[in-house]
Ligand binder design. Structure first.
Ligand code: FES
Ligand code: MG
Length: 598
């Protein structure tokens, strides 16, 4: 572009890319561009630089987010890749969410981050955008937002942390946080030892080093075709991770030129591949909610892929990955065993190879050029189809009068498999406060065959669907050696936890008319994972009667959605009015592809 071309009022501005796109502010595009250049030149850019395609980089570094500690280095490396490929890299922030620093819950903020991400991608003149995320809620929030904005977007994942070491044994966040804390509570670990363990559980920056939610989402992002396969598992502190960032920069320029958008990459086939991977890795139950939210952001997929598809695919998919919490190892082991590339090669007969990836290659073409031929070279961490850890259905979907819209059980993480088919009397906690007060009381009427029920931890109920689904074993049973019980709720569970835990019951207990909302102590609850059943031995009439009694009005006349609760304003009000149910992804109804307009 000759220097003065932008000031020729007779010639329309070529607004197809770079800083010249989206000049709508003043009804005078030449003046809008003139002003835009005034301000960006304050950062020292030349006309040459400003003539290039602009690749945005979303910077989610935060002093409260150690899972994103390497973001500055990733930005440097991504910029190098962008410049090598002839683009102009411009980084900018969005909010950043860490699990431990997001009160009341990180899930409460996921949709806010997705809105921030969507709107800044849409607002700013980027031809493509690299989205750097890693901690549990950040990657789904970014994919949701990027999918809705539908400009070319490229996730770049921060990567897992290294395992630590305690008395010669490897330990890592956060499965071992829970084991060791339970041992401390039981008096098996003393105060000096638990404080030494505290120093080693997260020995480097990066995401939790087991197959928790962050690692699960990284693997699903690779399965969706959005990142290079190595990008799911390379450690946060490795040079490989920086090379992935550089490659992502290069890919971003090519993706911008091809105008390859996420809605064109993510398809029924790629989502089926992601669900297959979720089942094969024994992934986090949170992955189910996030993937449903992603599905329902896509205009072609909304409502067309449901919990039933997760269950159907699960029945045909063996669990192959031996990582905590379902198995024994760490993400670094998965990476050394070949990571997603080796896993997808193993799963090849179950995959839709025609699914497109970010580079324009199909998944089949990506696997054809694998560096792992002949394959396999190691089957310790990534088992062959013929010798799985768990034959099928690591995640199962239950239905019945207690969960008409579904519930999720991570069967592979059950510690007492007899509980996968179990009937028992309910011991009900109305909410987390009630549970905290009574769970360890010597007076609690509970036996190992009881079914513990926790209410009001669903999307609306808490708000933000906290990870409270892992109801602790009451101390009086724990001290007798009881390790697992059937526990059910409308909440979520950390991807790093295990037990026979039924989660995401939909509709949630706060939803007027729900069976879960009126379960009482002593009601018989039956879970049958084989038959996919979750039932309450109480008639529909009795459920209605209990609701009428609870509300003081006939249930038909009551609003389905509870009135906004304790905080009547701000984001929380928006959240309570708009969040949908777990089986829909716990997204805001107005953010889904159809905007909540049926
Ligand atoms: Fe960030 Fe676990 S706390 S990934
Ligand atoms: Mg987590």
């Amino acid at each position: 572009t000759p220097l003065n071309a932008d000031y020729n009022l007779e010639t329309p501005i070529n607004a197809s890319s770079g800083i010249r796109q989206g000049l709508t502010a003043y009804g005078d595009p030449h003046f809008s561009l003139f002003l835009r250049k005034v301000f960006i030149k304050a950062l020292g850019y030349s006309e040459d630089a400003l003539s290039l395609p602009v690749i945005g980089i979303i910077n989610t570094y935060s002093g409260f987010n150690p899972c994103h500690a390497n973001v500055p280095q990733l930005i440097d490396a991504a910029k190098r890749g962008i410049q090598l490929a002839g683009g102009l890299a411009i980084d900018f922030p969005t909010i950043s969410i860490h699990e431990s620093f997001s009160s009341p819950t990180s899930m409460f903020l996921r949709n806010l981050m997705s809105m921030d991400t969507e709107e800044v991608i849409r607002a700013q003149p980027v031809d493509a955008c690299i989205m750097i995320g890693g901690c549990d809620k950040t990657v789904p929030a970014q994919i949701m937002g990027g999918l809705s904005a539908n400009k070319p977007v490229l996730p770049l994942i921060t990567g897992p942390m290294m395992p630590g070491s305690h008395r010669g044994e490897r330990i890592g966040a956060c499965t071992d946080c829970r084991n060791n804390w339970a041992a401390f509570r039981a008096g098996k670990v003393d105060v000096e030892e638990i404080s030494a363990i505290n120093e080693e559980l997260a020995p480097t920056g990066g995401t939790c080093g087991v197959m928790g939610t962050a690692s699960t989402m990284a693997c699903l992002t690779a399965a969706l075709g959005l990142i290079p396969l190595k990008g799911a598992s390379a450690p946060a502190v490795s040079s490989a991770r920086l090379r992935i960032a550089e490659l992502t920069g290069r890919n971003a320029v090519a993706t911008a030129k091809a105008r390859r958008t996420p809605q064109s990459i993510i398809s029924k086939e790629s989502v089926y591949n992601a669900i297959t991977v979720l089942q094969a890795i024994g992934g986090s139950t949170n992955g189910v909610v996030h993937l449903l939210a992603i599905i329902n952001r896509h205009p072609d997929l909304q409502g067309k892929i449901t919990l039933d598809d997760f269950d159907r695919i699960g029945r045909a998919t063996p669990m192959l990955i031996d990582l905590k919490p379902s198995g024994d190892n760490y993400m670094t082991d998965f990476h050394k065993a070949g990571g997603m590339e080796a896993l997808l090669l193993t799963l090849r007969p179950l995959l839709h190879l025609s699914a497109l990836t970010i580079t324009g290659q199909t998944l089949g073409e990506v696997l054809d050029t694998s560096r792992f031929k002949p394959f396999p070279f190691s089957t310790q961490i990534i088992r062959p189809l013929s010798n799985p850890l768990h034959p099928s259905s690591s995640l199962v979907v239950l239905r019945g009068n207690l969960a008409p819209d579904g519930a999720v059980l991570k069967a592979s993480a059950s510690k007492d498999r007899s509980l996968l088919s179990h009937s028992g009397p309910a011991v009900v906690f109305e909410n987390t406060e009630d549970m905290a007060i009574r769970i360890d009381s010597p007076d609690l009427e509970v036996t190992p065959t009881s079914v513990m029920v926790l209410k009001n931890v669903g999307p609306i109920g808490n708000p933000g669907m906290p990870e409270a689904g892992l109801i602790p074993i009451p101390r009086k049973l724990g001290s007798q050696g009881v390790k697992d019980m059937l526990r059910i709720s409308d909440g979520r569970m950390s991807g790093t936890a295990g037990g026979t835990i039924v989660l995401h019951i939909s509709p949630e207990s706060a939803q007027v008319g729900s069976a879960l909302g009126v379960v009482q102590n002593g009601d018989t609850i039956t879970c049958d994972a084989e038959k996919r059943l979750l039932t309450l031995d109480v008639s529909q009439e009795e459920i209605k009667r209990r609701w009428t009694e609870k509300l003081g009005t006939p249930v038909e006349q009551a609003r389905k959605r509870p009135q906004p609760g304790r905080a009547g304003r701000g984001y929380r009000k928006l959240y309570e009015q708009s969040v949908n149910q777990a089986h829909e992804g716990a997204d805001f109804d107005f953010l889904t592809a159809n905007g909540g307009n049926q």
